[in-house]
Design a protein around this ligand. Sequence first.
Ligand code: NDP
Length: 241
Amino acid sequence: MARVALVTGGTRGIGEAISKALQGAGYEVAASYAGNDEAAAAFTSATGIKTYKWDVSDFDACAEGIGKVEADLGPIEILVNNAGITKDGMFHKMTKDQWYGVINTNLNSLFNMTRPVWEGMRARKFGRVICISSINGQKGQMGQVNYSASKAGDIGFVKALAQEGARTGITVNAICPGYIATEMVKAIAPAVVEKSILPQIPVGRLGEPEEIARTVVFLASDDAGYITGSTLSVNGGQYFA
Ligand code: NDP
């Protein structure tokens, strides 16, 4: 029986690449999303992967959504906490909505999503929890105090929970992507990418979503069973944590 993997925000961007790579590696994949029904429908018709709509910042909605996925596909053995947002602004202008919006979606979602699957993973003595953090959670980024705090929080979550899961066969790891060529980054003017962003990246190019996806597939595999509590940087050498 194929293992079941759930990818939050698995219909677009990096999450879409993760969903497809896990499917390609033989997992039974479910992808969640927030509200872009059109993108989700296009994703399902291209991949055959079932999609589920709920807000990862809402604990009750997560428990209900996870219940639906498990009723359809079986117990979730691989959880990829990928859904994330930005609401950038300088701190002196940052509003309460910008702060709580980002913390709730990027950090509180890790509790909301992982808590409902954790006891099942413990009982079955196997699980993989993979959280997509960010280079900006490692180094901090001006104009992203909320985002950097949420993504640094992801790393603390992983380091603590890994210790709790270790004896029951559950690994918990973070991946910290650098600049990845998703719609968000492609929207930046090419001149800005050329002059300001690429010179910061020793490898000399943006990362591809598939490069994050392959890292997820590795961490999900039995081969990665001795890796837990780790933070894997996938950033073209831009920052060494
Ligand atoms: P995208 O904006 O391309 O996609 C985000 C996905 O998350 C969508 O499927 C979206 O659903 C979903 N989502 C957003 N908010 C919620 C929510 N509240 N509840 C449920 N689902 C939600 O993001 P990226 O692919 O660029 O980023 C993916 C992850 O990687 C994020 O955590 C991001 O912080 C991280 N990251 C990205 C980098 C980059 O360069 N792109 C660099 C470093 C980290 P819908 O389609 O319905 O909106």
